[in-house]
Design a protein around this ligand. Sequence first.
Ligand code: AMP
Length: 351
Amino acid sequence: MSARTIGIIGGGQLGRMLAMAAARLNFRTVILEPQPDCPAAQVANAQITAAYDDPAALSKLAEMCDVVTYEFENVPVAAADSLSRSVPVYPPPRALEVSQDRLVEKRFLNECGIETARFKSVDSQDELETALESFGGVGVLKTRRMGYDGKGQKLFRSPADDATGVFAELGGVPLILESLVPFEREISIIAARAIDGTIACYDPAENVHKNGILHTSTLPAGVSETTVDQGRKAARAILDHLSYIGVIGVEFFVLGDGTLVANEIAPRVHNSGHWTEAACAISQFEQHIRAIVGYALGDPRRHSDCVMQNLIGDDIDNLQEWLARPDVLVHLYGKTEARPGRKMGHITQLL
Ligand code: AMP
């Protein structure tokens, strides 16, 4: 109950929605973000305009805040670690370490007893060719670090696909080759763990991507109760292994027989959980704030079926149409320029 000011590293829309949820529960927020007038700072109490790893900015953040969280997983681990010596940082920096590197992440998931695609570490063109051969010439090659929204990836659909020069093409950085998962659909589970170890899981959303970016999340997902249970168990195992505090997003592939293969984890509120603000009493944003300040978690039950759709680039031009709909909740992110591929807002239609 002593936390009064929450620091948020990262000033995008996730930080914005966290700051709004924090304000509703009487918490002040300070955003650390190099871009001035960022989406989060527009609704927060203060912004420290500096790089995420600026030592002076980090000490100022620690001084101003009772607890610090983050809205994206590429926060430098060293910065989170040093910060955690003077102020609690939730989720724990170990969660950043695991989610920043796809190889570490896959090994961690397997250690938790969770199925993933088969994978091979690739550090040279030679290793790429050997790894591809062992997967029958088929797989998804990804940069180990800093990939998002399908960026830094190369798909090998058939053994005829040429791998010549691909290691250099992806920047000559450490890579991971994953076996191609023959999935029927993709789902994600948003879950939270409180300081006392209590866990709450939202219902899984079924996600459809367009050009590598999340397009829609639909509730309920077209999966059986057994599949839902498997996903919840996996989310719990991840949260407990990390002694996690806060909200996490776990993405899964669903195979033809309903079994799940984990794809990745995001140690933060997640785009595929935005529907919770319209279809649950307690949104993922409030849930995260509750968890990191030491409050009891809210009820994750869903009161309505719904579809969340991202408004990307000039999708925002249809705003008046969405506003006229009685069944649609509109949420905009305060970004002035609608560039192609840029997330401008989202809508959730209650069904
Ligand atoms: P990621 O950046 O890992 O989330 O991958 C982006 C998208 O690429 C996923 O949502 C899937 O649609 C597809 N994808 C990624 N990895 C695999 C895989 N191993 N097998 C099949 N599809 C994949």
